[in-house]
Design a protein around this ligand. Structure first.
Ligand code: PAF
Length: 286
């Protein structure tokens, strides 16, 4: 597996399948790389902890940087090359200028209207769109795999690509299912911040989502399912930021036009913020 740190050396990998990451790779990333590999193109994995998508009180400086194990995992999962750019390569005009650009990013509605991640991480999607657009411009992938675990991010990136069809005319975004531990906890780079007792409390998130997924949710809004999810989280000592049933396309409350729905949760366990989601069937679905 080749390591690239200069954008000028990316040309042999134009047209590959991209797996964009911030490192701290785990089996969820391995599954993304496997999925990418199954598409039959070279797989380019990027590792870049993007400063512009972290808020001032978030964990940018302590975000785990684990290059040696990232290298081993990407190689074992079958990546063709690893692109590990410097901050200067991604933001040649400096981080302050990049942060100003991210704050002014022209975002799709799904990044600003739902009041989910957008409400609790203001500025986050500006930084995500900015860095992903930069990676697409530099790497010129044919396909790009993103995990459903960050469901609003997946929707935001898909919409950004649709809105910029002239810029990335042949690029296709591939959604990849969330990978879970055998007890249901969604894999996340932030799980390493949890101690054993917090990890066990964190299982309330998948429990709450599964209960919502088992109940067929009425189109009237899923209010009862939302109350049950909040209760399950509170009983386990989690502070709910949101627990909602939303239209899987717009991430707005479900309506008569909703064809697919998603239960989405963000909750705090001490200082650790966890998110997860599952597909929900609506009454009237086949
Ligand atoms: O999901 C992530 O790891 C990041 O948000 C991404 C897409 C790599 C952009 O920095």
């Amino acid at each position: 597996m080749e390591i690239i740190d200069q954008p000028e050396h990316l040309e042999p990998f134009f047209g590959a399948t991209l797996v964009a990451t911030m490192g701290a790779l785990h089996q969820g990333h391995a599954a993304l790389i496997h999925d990418a590999k199954s598409r039959g193109l070279p797989v380019l994995v990027t590792v870049f902890v993007n400063p512009t998508q972290f808020g001032p009180t978030e964990d940018f400086s302590r975000y785990p940087r684990t290059f040696d194990s990232d290298f081993k995992l990407a190689q074992a999962a079958g990546a063709t090359a690893l692109f590990v750019p410097t901050v200067e390569a991604i933001y040649p005009h400096g981080v302050a200028a990049a942060a100003a650009e991210a704050a002014a990013w022209d975002l799709p509605n799904v990044a600003t209207a739902p009041q989910l991640e957008d409400a609790f991480r203001p500025g986050h999607f500006g930084g995500v769109c900015q860095v992903v657009a930069r990676l697409f411009d530099l790497c010129r992938p044919s396909l790009a795999c993103f995990g459903e675990k960050d469901f609003q991010q997946l929707r935001v990136i898909s919409e950004m690509v649709e809105q910029c069809r002239g810029r990335w005319s042949h690029l296709r975004i591939i959604p990849c299912p969330t990978v879970r531990d055998s007890d249901g906890l969604a894999l996340s780079s932030r799980n390493r911040y949890l101690d054993a007792s917090q990890r066990s409390s964190a299982l309330a998130i998948s429990r709450a989502l599964n209960a919502a997924a088992i109940d067929t949710v009425a189109r009237s809004g899923g209010a009862a399912a939302e109350v049950r999810m909040r209760q399950t989280l509170a009983e386990a000592g989690l502070k709910t930021q949101y627990a909602a049933i939303r239209d899987a396309q717009t991430l707005m409350p479900i309506t008569v036009h909703t064809t697919h729905a998603r239960a989405v949760i963000a909750a705090m366990l001490g200082a650790v913020r966890l998110i997860d989601n599952v597909a929900i069937s609506l009454d009237g679905d086949e």
